[in-house]
Design a protein around this ligand. Sequence first.
Ligand code: ADP
Length: 291
Amino acid sequence: MQSTPQSSLEARQEAFKRFQEDLQKIRKRMSKVRFKIAVLSGKGGVGKSTVTANLAAAFAMKGYQVGILDADIHGPTIPKLLGLQGARLEVGPPGIFPVKGPLGMRIVSVGFLLPSEEVPVVWRGPLKTAAIRQFLGDVVWGSLDFLLIDLPPGTGDEPLSIAQFIPGMSGAIIVTIPSEVSQAVVKKAVIFAHELKVPVIGILENMSGFICPNCGAKIDIFKTGGGEKIARELNVPFLGKIPLDPRIVEDSDAGIPFVVKHPDSSAAKAFMDIVAKVEDFLLQGGKKEKP
Ligand code: ADP
């Protein structure tokens, strides 16, 4: 059937109306979440999801109510990192209930909608973001102190449109690694946060130096300090360095947050220090009392 100019205008008006309705629903659901933190990276593989899971667990260890939204459509790894593979979102009359994770964390992931980890998400761009938008409007988060949002890597349309559905973002954490090549993408990620009109909480340098599992000494395999340098250049806070630690991979594979399993390690201490800095940043923003 051929669409007339009139019918295509009506279709667009209808789509716009649905978009506005979805945004309103998301806004209402999110109104009980005190701080919404986007976790970004310029590219994949820098440890963005690992950092999201461990920062979330570190907040939860401090007694906060924490949620994670895994919006990384093509690589939803949060379920695996928290030992929740195969879990499914429950749907009831008020909406979609997050899966209960370790330390009472509430988790929502595209991964919970897929039949198995091996199945790739093959939706096309606009369909994908529309699905995410509808999906978000239906999630019953309840009251949360912190919601960490693991966005898809990169600074293209997809992470931008997903981030734009989430109103009132409190700030963004940008994850990078120490090599020179990643510095250009960090700049892009900072510009991306500015485009989103989200304050940059800071840059975090992951895989920064190697902790020897035998003697505990720190060896700088790659050059470290790149994250700190770029933070200075861009005039945004530097949150700290997380060392490379083979136990992070082991714990991730076992589905246990590293900060829970190895709280006395230097990497876990680095995560706790970063969480304290994030708290300070958010509480200074005119919100003095702790959540
Ligand atoms: P991204 O979300 O950026 O794609 P991931 O969080 O999936 O990256 O991490 C990529 C790989 O690097 C995973 O195997 C993870 O266990 C490992 N990894 C991340 N951070 C560290 C670290 N600090 N030390 C050791 N391995 C790490």
